[in-house]
Write a protein that binds this ligand. Structure first.
Ligand code: FAD
Length: 553
């Protein structure tokens, strides 16, 4: 049975209720998804629940880079840079349509964070640690060449630039595709199911009391081992488990803003200095450029962190300082998102100084919690967790589990031999769709979102009557319901397609059609339809309106 179809939700729930799992994972962000794939592929009977949509926490709110974290080099986090640096190439190989090579320009400016020689040396060390192939290794550019690459940069303070290799992705889609791949190994993953409490036997955690937040039904899931990969909520579950220690999470908020490309026509990705000593990214993507991030301590509610006016002004000022002809104002910002970094608290350190390393907490009742880390390192983090779980299970069940092999498991939608094959496939998609009014942006959107699954969507598109943008939207919705567990309108517009951030106009234009389509397919009553209308409105407001922060009201 295809458990990733929203139409099979009750069968999936029955399976969760009636089975005894080896492993239950709480949290369907990048970390939980990585653990699910690793565990299921090693032969463990695996279940995963998320109280929101998959990736609705931090894993849809990052800078969307698969990167080694150049700034961690400055903090001398050598092991972290090496690990995530090397992971980049692996994840790129496993999903080349979704993890795309992206050259990053690091402008050198008067009084900037890095001087010319430190930058050259730093980027070289970065390349060596990450094992970057020689053709892709950093090059240093003169002032003139830098301006050719990015004419918007402020000429009088520019001294040159470094150009180095990174990768860009869509965090939510990566999370989802990893989970879908896990389901091919029989992992049972479900969204909108919350763990409310743990079940104990002989002083050990053996499952969770859960609630289906769609139907309101309560049930329990039993498992020999339980892992909490609850990101910013990890401490809530540790509190429930009565296992909070001196080590605790320290949440910091990071905001990104989205600007139409014609208003901020960045030629390429840039990592540039801000006057307070921090650095931020500007990344062109389709018809927009996005800019981020901020890094401020956070103590508010975790489901819907807000982009404040002050966050937007900080990012706008940073852009206007180094790209003086762009002249951004708050009215140019069409969308935004705010995410929470689940970092490990260190006494006396500020938000930006905290380490991005991951850490395992193991409670007396044997709950394993994992926090910290980066999207880029999800596979290695999963390996560490699943090694621990395998050791325990082997003892208990007298079985032997395979070693990790997720480095060789193609992520669903992948299956391209080389990045060139992705381009050929994209061209083929364009040729099929161009006669119906689609352009290269549409082809790139489909292929970078869905990879080779675009074939399934296009076949459906040609089988229905509307061979236009609306027909394509309906085809994507059909795919989302039947293969990607879309259970709400914003699952589709945010986590499945990124439209809320990168094409918010299409959300406003197509919200009624999407709600009507989903309500028919998922049998929503009028009350649910009204709720969905409200949720879409709220999501658009949250992304595009920026209230002053409370301390300034
Ligand atoms: P989450 O994605 O938050 O997942 C936790 C999940 O647990 C949530 O979906 C939540 O709903 C669920 N949950 C919580 N409690 C319960 C419960 N009781 N029952 C059921 N489910 C529950 N990393 C990079 O590699 N590259 C970047 O460019 C990058 N940029 C970043 C920029 C920002 C602004 C931020 C904030 C982070 C960035 N990161 C980046 C870090 C990266 O995004 C995170 O490390 C990663 O997404 C964390 O994933 P996670 O699965 O641990 O947490």
């Amino acid at each position: 049975m295809n458990f990733f179809s929203s139409t099979n939700r009750s069968q999936l729930k029955n399976h969760l209720i009636n089975s005894e799992f080896d492993l239950l994972i709480i949290g369907g962000g990048a970390t939980g998804a990585g653990i699910a794939l690793d565990a299921a592929s090693r032969g463990m009977k695996t279940a995963l629940i998320d109280k929101q949509d998959f990736a609705a926490g931090t894993s849809s709110r990052s800078t969307k880079l698969i990167h080694g974290g150049l700034r961690y080099l400055k903090q001398l986090e050598i092991a972290l840079v090496r690990e995530v640096g090397r992971e980049r190439a692996i994840v790129h190989r496993l999903a080349p349509h979704l993890v795309v090579s992206e050259k990053m320009l690091l402008p050198l400016i008067e009084g900037g964070t890095y001087g010319k020689y430190a930058t050259s040396l730093g980027l070289m060390v970065y390349d060596v640690l990450a094992g970057v192939e020689s053709v892709d290794q950093r090059i240093m550019l003169s002032k003139e060449t830098t301006l050719e690459k990015e004419p918007l940069l402020k000429e009088d303070i520019l001294e040159g630039a470094g150009l180095y290799a990174e990768y860009r992705t869509d965090d939510a889609r990566l999370t989802l595709e990893v989970l879908k791949t896990a389901s091919l190994y029989d992992a049972a993953a479900i969204n909108y199911v919350e763990a409310l409490d743990f079940i104990y036997e002989n002083d050990r955690v053996v499952g969770a009391e859960c609630k289906d937040l769609i139907s309101g039904e309560s049930f329990s899931i039993r498992a020999t081992q339980v892992v909490s990969a609850a990101g910013p909520w990890v401490d809530e579950l540790r509190t429930l488990n009565k296992s909070m220690s001196n080590k605790r999470l320290h949440l910091t908020k990071g905001v990104h803003i989205v600007i139409p490309h014609e208003k901020f026509p960045a030629n390429q990705s840039i990592y540039f200095d801000v006057s307070d000593g921090r650095m931020i990214f500007a990344i062109p993507r389709g018809k927009v450029t996005y800019v981020g991030t901020t890094d401020t301590d956070y103590h508010d509610e975790k489901e819907n962190p807000v982009t404040n006016k002050e966050d937007v002004e900080y990012l706008i000022n940073a852009v206007n300082n180094i790209f003086p002809t762009v002249n951004l104002t708050i009215d140019d910002v069409v969308s935004s998102w705010a995410g929470l970094r689940p970092l490990i608290h260190e006494e006396g350190k500020s938000a930006s100084e905290l380490s991005r390393k991951d850490e395992l907490f193991i409670s007396e009742t044997k709950l394993i919690s994992i926090a910290g880390g980066k999207l880029t390192g999800y596979r290695k983090m999963a390996e560490r967790v699943v090694d621990t779980v395998a050791k325990r299970l082997s003892k208990k069940k007298n079985t032997h589990y395979k070693k990790v092999f997720t480095q060789d498991i193609t992520i669903s939608g992948g299956g391209f031999e080389t990045p060139h094959d992705v381009e050929v496939y994209k061209q083929n998609v364009l040729e099929q769709l161009a006669p119906h009014g689609f352009d290269h942006h549409d082809a790139a959107y489909l292929v970078h979102n869905y990879g080779q699954q675009t074939d399934t969507i296009i076949n459906y598109f040609f089988d229905q009557k509307k061979l236009n943008q609306e027909g394509m939207l309906r085809s994507e919705l059909w795919f989302g319901i039947n293969f990607e567990m879309v259970n709400s309108t914003m699952d589709f517009f945010s986590r499945r397609t990124g439209r809320l951030y990168f094409d918010i106009g299409s959300v406003k234009m197509y919200q009624d059609i999407a709600i009507e389509y989903l309500s028919t397919e998922l049998n929503w009553n009028q009350e649910r339809i009204d709720q969905e209308i409200k949720w879409v409105k709220q999501a658009i407001t949250l992304a595009s309106e920026f209230p002053p922060s409370e301390s300034n009201v």
